[in-house]
Design a protein around this ligand. Structure first.
Ligand SMILES: [Zn+2]
Ligand SMILES: [Zn+2]
Length: 347
């Protein structure tokens, strides 16, 4: 089968190869991949900013259909539509695993970085990490369950948004617009900020229910936020861009005693104005990946139509077009780009 792998460091280390189809073991499911999203983490892997086990098939945001089950599997059948947690391998025994925090396990190997992922025609996963997709959610929409689950963790399980809160989302990428929608589902009035390069994304933010949007290199963001929040600043700020100036804006625009939530990954060390945080008594938290509870909630948000992910999908490409896909994501020419390894264009 065809698969897109990271085989070594450097851009030459991204290769589309013909590899053997994986064999299913007793407690595993073999999943025919419908589509896989290209995520910020994949881009960090491609650009050598995130560690992985070479050679590895990338891709962890996917949906698919069960095509074969192991001989001890009882809860799944051929034809079931599934998504899954990314933590495919973990010890199941450490203090973190025992509380469901698999992403913090020292022995964790994740789909698409530690073990083979979904930029391929099919993939094998342990049945334990799978979730069935609700009937009224399309396979295309379900691809976004993984990033949505991560945002559920950031907004609800690690952070808190209360009804009536002024909420700032800095960075209107996929992550930002999912964060915005989860915060809104919790009753927040969400202000989304971005640069003039992000205008299309900010427009989409408004369409998806942002309370206000601000183009930071064209408008006075401090003045505008002051006006919107009775001179106080926002109650909660989510840094979703993963760049230093965005973190500074979040700190600056928060009200004193506000909550700062780090969502984006920087891919390098950055400066953070800890004195500003301290003198405003800012609470700081963050979220890394997701736990099973985040997935259950994410799937419910999709099923109940409290979050709308379909407009975030802009492009679907076969694996053969991987160079074009990476370029589009790098240049921000597209919103969410999906690979369709089996050529299934419609969900
Ligand atoms: Zn991801
Ligand atoms: Zn563990």
């Amino acid at each position: 089968m065809k698969a897109l792998l990271k085989t070594k460091k450097g851009i030459n280390g991204v290769e589309l190869l013909e590899i053997e189809e994986p064999q299913v073991k007793s407690h595993e499911l073999k999943v025919k991949i419908h589509a896989t999203g290209i995520c910020g983490t994949d881009m960090h892997i491609i650009h050598d900013e995130y560690s992985c086990n070479y050679p590895v098939v990338m891709g962890h945001e996917y949906s698919g259909t069960v095509m074969e089950v192991g001989n001890k599997v009882t809860d799944y059948q051929v034809g079931d539509r599934v998504v899954s947690l990314t933590a495919a391998v973990k010890c199941e025994d450490c203090v973190y695993c025992r509380s469901g925090l698999y992403m913090l396990c020292e022995e964790r190997l994740s789909i698409g970085s530690g073990v083979n992922g979904a930029f391929a025609e099919c993939m094998v996963i342990p049945e334990k990490i799978a979730f069935k997709i609700p009937n009224n959610v399309t396979l295309d929409e379900a691809v976004l369950t993984e990033p949505l689950a991560c945002m559920v963790r950031c907004v609800i399980e690690r952070g808190t948004v209360k009804a009536g809160d002024y909420v700032l989302v800095s960075g209107p990428g996929t992550i930002g617009l999912l964060t915005m929608q989860v915060a809104k589902a919790n009753g927040g009035n969400v202000i989304v900020i971005g640069t003039s390069q992000d205008k299309e994304r900010l427009k989409l933010a408004s369409e998806l229910g942002a309370f206000a949007t601000i183009v930071i290199d064209e408008e006075d963001v401090h003045e505008k936020i002051s006006k919107l929040t009775s001179n106080l600043g926002v109650d909660v700020a989510f840094e979703c861009a993963g760049v230093g100036p965005s973190a500074y804006n979040c700190l600056k625009l928060l009200k004193k005693t506000g909550l700062y939530v780090q969502v984006g990954l920087y891919g390098k060390k950055v400066e953070f104005d800890m004195d500003l945080a301290l003198t405003k008594e800012i609470n700081i938290t963050n979220g890394f990946a997701s736990e099973p509870t985040s997935w259950e909630r994410a799937l419910r948000l999709l099923e109940m139509k409290q979050v709308n992910v379909a407009p975030l999908i802009s492009t679907k490409l076969p694996l053969d077009d991987w160079k074009k896909a990476i370029e589009m994501v790098d240049n921000k020419d597209a919103f969410k780009v999906l690979f369709v390894p089996n050529g299934e264009i419609d969900a």
